[in-house]
Design a protein around this ligand. Structure first.
Ligand code: APR
Ligand code: PHB
Length: 405
């Protein structure tokens, strides 16, 4: 089939939150970019994912005129509930963080907003355009993305390639294995998630540890709830008719004087949990951002926020490079992002361990876990650390702690 050649300054692979937000930030800095997405628009817009935006994420969307619906339909939460075997405790995040908060807004809604905005403003976004390889990453010449679109083989030549193609994409796989170090952890459980047509039974999210396993009550709107149950990793969704899901949620979320309302289940699926980090997040002119470079377990909902933090760092670095060849931001990209990423891994894996029932835990391990749960609620410093991690650090704060070597 004939090959067509196109070119742009930044070729972005993937129209998830990372690729779409990067495209907007670059365009606002006057940098031309093209987004290639392997799936169709409907598929990308209907993929149900997490739904918590850190304050910094919302502020960045505000600065680029991307937050109209976030403010119109998102729900600002000043706290969360943490529950341990029926005892519910309130974590007042606003007070513990000096006034910061989170906004509950579905990732899928945000992706829909970003796609609509990109279409309205006439920027290039190709659906059903699957990147198959990247050539020229090791020489001085510009790299080229090879992709398939409408049955044709095409090429996109670019100064920079942004690999925003998620965990299973080709960008990370295009880096020679000897140039990349990966760190991975699988968890001995998965999350069964449902969307239900029912008003949320709580004003704020409820994270619940129970002897039967973890459960989470979240929401999408005043009429749609999002709920999760810890299940074994190999569990099949067929084993979970709606009635069984509600019965189990009832048990694990039960708290004196409180009732879980039920409603029609409109979506359900099981997602395995993993932690993953690739280092470095750069190979020559290829930069990895979002899930292509790292995955966190969903407890604490950091994935989307990390993806957006990456592309903020990347777009600032690219603006300086395109403006006058300043390499410093690009050289610091991986290390800058990895600090935030490892901090988020620390938080997400700790919160996961705190709230889940480890199927391999012995009686001693369970007692230690219970002690840590109590400490988290009773010790002001521990509670404050949890709240500050949950709302996330501001984008311009230098991060300290468990950064990459
Ligand atoms: N060519 C083009 N597009 C691709 C390719 C490819 N070869 N491979 C994957 N893609 C697309 C996927 O179809 C998807 O739309 O890349 C996109 C990646 O988007 P996400 O998986 O949403 O990843 P990211 O943008 O990094 O967002 C991170 O999403 O997965 C959640 O928990 C994660 O919340 C976090 C957020
Ligand atoms: C969600 O609403 O989907 C959600 C909320 C909080 C989490 C994870 C997922 O920690």
């Amino acid at each position: 089939m004939a090959e067509h050649a196109f070119e742009t300054q930044v070729g972005i692979i993937g129209a998830g939150p990372a690729g779409l937000v990067l495209g907007e930030l670059l365009a606002d800095a006057g940098i031309d970019n093209v987004v290639l997405e392997s799936k169709d628009r409907h598929y990308v817009e209907s993929r149900v994912r997490a739904g918590v935006l850190e304050q910094s994420t919302v502020e960045l969307l505000d600065q680029h005129g991307l937050s109209r619906n976030v403010h119109a339909h998102g729900m600002v939460h000043d706290g969360i509930y943490m529950q341990f075997n029926g005892e519910r405790h309130h974590i007042d995040m606003r007070r513990l963080t000096g006034g910061r908060n989170i906004t509950v807004y579905g990732q899928q809604e945000l992706v829909r907003d970003l796609i609509a905005h990109r279409m309205e403003t006439g920027k290039a976004l190709l659906f059903e355009a699957e990147a198959v390889s990247i050539s020229g990453l090791d020489g001085d010449a510009d790299p080229v993305i090879h992709y398939r679109h409408s049955g044709r083989e095409e090429t996109l030549s670019c100064r920079i390639v942004a690999g925003c193609d998620g965990f299973h994409g080709i960008a990370r796989q295009s880096i020679p294995t000897e140039s990349l170090r990966t760190f991975e952890r699988e968890f001995p459980y998965a999350w069964l998630g449902i969307l239900a047509q029912v008003a949320p039974s709580s004003d704020e999210l409820v994270y619940s540890f129970h002897d039967r396993g973890f459960a989470l009550l979240s929401m999408r709107s005043p009429t749609v709830s999002r709920l999760y149950l810890q299940v074994p990793p190999e569990e099949s969704i067929e084993e979970w008719p709606d009635e069984r899901i509600w019965d189990e949620l009832d048990l694990r979320l039960a708290s004196p004087g409180w009732k879980l309302e039920r409603g029609p289940v409109i979506e359900k699926s099981i997602t395995p949990m993993r932690s993953f980090v690739a280092e470095p997040l750069r190979h020559g002119r290829l930069f990895l951002a979002g899930d292509s470079g790292h995955i966190v377990p969903p407890t604490g909902a950091k994935g989307l926020n990390l993806a957006i933090a990456d592309v903020k760092v990347l777009s600032d670095a690219l603006a300086a490079w395109f403006a006058g060849g300043d390499e410093r931001g690009l050289e610091a990209y991986s290390e800058t992002c990895l600090k935030r990423i490892w901090n988020a891994q620390n938080f997400s894996t700790s919160m996961t361990a705190l709230m889940h029932l480890d199927p391999a835990a012995d009686a001693f391990g369970l007692r230690v876990q219970r002690a840590l749960q109590r400490f988290t609620i009773e010790n002001l410093n521990a509670k404050s650390a949890l709240a500050n991690n949950y709302v996330g650090p501001p984008f311009d704060t230098p991060l300290t702690g468990t950064g990459a070597p």
